[in-house]
Ligand binder design. Sequence first.
Ligand code: ZN
Length: 355
Amino acid sequence: MTSKDYYKILGVNEYCTEQELKSAYRKLARKWHPDVAGNTDEVVNKFKEINEAYEVLSNKSKRADYDTVRKYYNYSSKKTDTASKQQSEVNKTATNPNKSDKQQETHKKADEHNSFNFNFKWDEFLSKYKEYANKYENMYTQKNNEKKAKYGNTKKGKDINTDVEVTIAEAVSGTSKIINMLHTSVCPKCGGRKFVNGSICSHCHGKGDISEHKRFTVKIPAGVKDNSKIRLAGEGECGLNGGSNGDLYITVHVKAPVDYKTDGNNILKTITLAPYEAVLGGNISVKTPDGNITVKIAPNTQNGQKIRLSGCGIRVKNKVGDMILTVEIQIPKNLSNLELELYKKLQEVSSQNVR
Ligand SMILES: [Zn+2]
């Protein structure tokens, strides 16, 4: 089989009129006529090709058949390309290592020449194509029948998973989000066989499945937790032969700043204090949703002690939560000699046993 593009050969687009086709052909036929361009192999072959293209495209029913086949080739050309590339890789490795580069080059040229295939017969091509289409269709049906015999007639559609991100405020108050999905399901007309009675399926154009964009409005409930899943029943891939549809699962990600956790409207945050800050007290700066504020640390603050900052939590409509700080006393690393000296002094004068 060949996949020559007659439209390209004649330099016209696939929607061209009969008149445009005719004038394009006449121009090329004049240019490439062996009497004009010289009686070389290249010219003769080109001239034959132009005539062959015109013979098919100028005949309405042949052109319609050709268009159908050409569309199929366009859809599947990507696959074919990769396949032939792999094939040529295999050929390369299989080549006799004793052959010189020059010989290989000649070989390659001959192959290119053969791919022009000037003994091409349209009717033969079409009947071969139909044969292939029928074979494919039968093979698919047979496979499907085997599956049916094994698993029964109906098949549930696959589930689909997707993600949605919400802010902390949205997670607290609840919200609704629009989700755009590319939905792929088996073509309802050909059932994935790609062909119907030997012709390319007109519904999916021979792809076997249908992709469509779908928009969902998802209601996110108030108080939703990070990583929780929402299920939209029946919004997954379509079932086959009356099987039920799959479901759509949406994972909710609560987009929280890394430095705090939440509990409803409240923000939970850990603050670290140096031992002397905990003992002596002082002022430290704390980041809140409304900006930085100064927090007064009381003298003799203990590890694990909680400090509530009223009204510094998450604001949802008219309600605002608190920020709850948990103190964590941290011993600084790499103490200087002077600091160590002072700790030793502290040890000597200390009158209390914390145990
Ligand atoms: Zn189809």
